[in-house]
Design a protein around this ligand. Structure first.
Ligand code: PCA
Length: 201
């Protein structure tokens, strides 16, 4: 059985819930296709989230890594195409604010996702779930963890990269009730969409 490291995040900024936390907790231990799911919830702290995901990666030695993040305002499930070597944006949950900083001073400008993002999108659409590729994961923590995993894998094992990347998801209905002005999906559909995404690996 292959191992899939699936990560989500705790709530952050003005979002009192993070639907990625619930998704990963509900899929933990499930077998999807040929993958056993091992879920972890990451803190919204630039340094800690990177440290923890790299530690899980070393400890678990997964065959694939999918990280999930909330992007409230998006309407579709959006696998990210690329992570860039830049940290910027709002303060994290511990008040640390990064501006125009490289994630790795010696690292390349960016990494393409090694997940089959086109097949994932097609599989979701064929099953009635709106999905499209996103060409920017931003410069906040989501981009940071995607870059960190691909960078580590590239340094360790450039010839046979594992499948790794990031998927942003829309708000859940629970969150949208509190935000007042956001498109949203049911938590059940969000979870089912991630199950389908994993099937496409
Ligand atoms: N989304 C943020 C960080 C945590 C999360 O769920 C992002 O898009 O960077």
């Amino acid at each position: 059985m292959k191992k899939l490291l699936l990560t989500g995040f705790v709530p952050f900024l003005d979002f009192p819930v993070n639907p990625t936390e619930e998704i990963v907790k509900s899929l933990d231990g499930e077998t999807i296709g040929e993958y056993e799911i091992i879920s972890k919830v990451l803190p919204v702290d630039f340094t800690e989230s990177e440290r923890q995901i790299l530690e899980y990666y070393t400890e678990i030695q997964p065959d694939a890594v999918i990280s999930l993040g909330l992007s409230a305002g998006r309407t579709h499930i959006t696998p990210e195409r690329i992570a860039i070597n830049c940290k910027d944006g709002a303060p994290d949950n511990n008040g640390i604010k990064c501006e125009d900083e490289p994630i790795d001073k010696e690292g390349p400008d960016g990494y393409f996702s090694t997940l089959p993002i086109r097949s994932m999108v097609n599989h979701l659409n064929e099953n009635g779930f709106p999905a499209k590729i996103s060409n920017t994961a931003g410069t906040y923590l989501c981009n940071n963890v995607m870059y960190a995993i691909l960078n580590k894998n590239n340094k360790q094992n450039a010839k046979t990269p594992i499948q790794a990347g990031f998927i942003h998801i829309p708000a859940s209905h629970d969150l949208a009730i509190q935000l007042k002005n956001s498109p949203s999906w049911s938590q059940k559909d969000l979870t089912e969409a991630i199950r389908l995404t994993i099937q496409a690996l």
